[in-house]
Write a protein that binds this ligand. Sequence first.
Ligand code: FAD
Length: 394
Amino acid sequence: SNAQSLTQLFALDSLLEQEEIDIRDTVRKFGNERIRPHVAQWFEEAKLPARELAKELGQLGVLGMHLDGYGCAGMSATAYGLACLELEAVDSGIRSLVSVQGSLAMFSIHHWGSEEQKQEWLPRMAAGEAIGCFGLTEPDFGSNPAGMRTNAKRDGDDWILNGTKMWITNGSIADVAVVWAQTDLEEGAKGIRGFVVPTDTPGFSAPEIHSKMSLRASVTSELILDGVRLPSSAMMPKAEGLRGPLTSLGEARFGIVFGAIGAARDCLETAVEYSQSREVFDKPLAGYQLTQAKIADMALEVGKGHLLAYHLGRIKDRGEIAPEQVSLGKLNNVREAIAIARECRTILGANGITLEYPVIRHANNLESVLTYEGTSEVHQLTIGKALTGEAAFR
Ligand code: FAD
């Protein structure tokens, strides 16, 4: 057919450097060849060959790819975003594995850790030989982590950690957990510190959470810390208070601004292709005005989502991005992506409800993406505060 792709229609590549296009294409090829043929089955069985995949993602160079040194690729934020976009075009669960490894666990150690912690973990994590997780959320504290109950108490020079973390990506498969806990080093939320916890430490366990209807190709776990004894050197020296975990979350959230648009693009491409071959009332579904109105409106949002992501990427690459700007991207792109996934499902009719097509898998995955890394409501409050000067969180 003489149809154009969305990338052509929006002239999206004209906004990227050749090196960025090359990285994008390499990750897209990996996703399509290595992951796409299997991912529906992984989703259905809720089984991910995470160890194997982590090594391959390490070889691809995407684990901690925007960090410098310690075996990391040192790429731009925009290049990292593009990699997230291509991985999430295949499945949000795979992008989650990469986000948590690179942006939450590795970034935390890189940014807040001691030289010894960096040397010990980062090269192995960049290679995918060690898997990391990031434990902030608790059963009773999600949007308001300041209330966390997990605590670290001194016993001589050691730290003893007690508490429970919930909804932790990679938890059961992790070699190392970055765990945030309340200490009495300072009062209130200022006392929160981050600990680098090898998961084979006695008292640490991570039971997997089952029966998820979303992100099934991703491991989600509880972390139980029952008198976990750590040496004094386990505390990350440079993070004080909630600024530590919140900065790390901002890194992963930036990747989601791009990633969500990947999922939306994949749904739209699937729906357009389907509409071209599916005949209803004696002609292709694509030839009906109602279908074209849906496709045109969705294309506008996918295109605008790319523009917003690229714009935020450039701001981040200049080192100027503010948290509320990342909120703009996360709120918009995830909200639009889930709406697009559902609209595309209508175009596929009954075929849209099975795993034969990626659309309902993306739609279900995006339910998690809407909630983690700051819910849509929390980002509305963040943007509202930026524009009005009034904090309405409590
Ligand atoms: P709550 O905070 O209880 O929110 C419930 C509802 O209340 C939401 O709609 C919320 O927007 C709304 N709400 C909250 N506060 C306000 C307010 N002030 N005003 C109005 N409405 C409000 N956490 C980690 O630490 N590490 C991970 O690796 C991780 N991975 C995850 C993977 C998955 C698949 C999922 C689903 C979650 C993961 N999370 C992880 C947890 C995630 O960050 C939390 O679920 C999220 O922060 C929301 O917290 P909550 O689920 O407790 O919801």
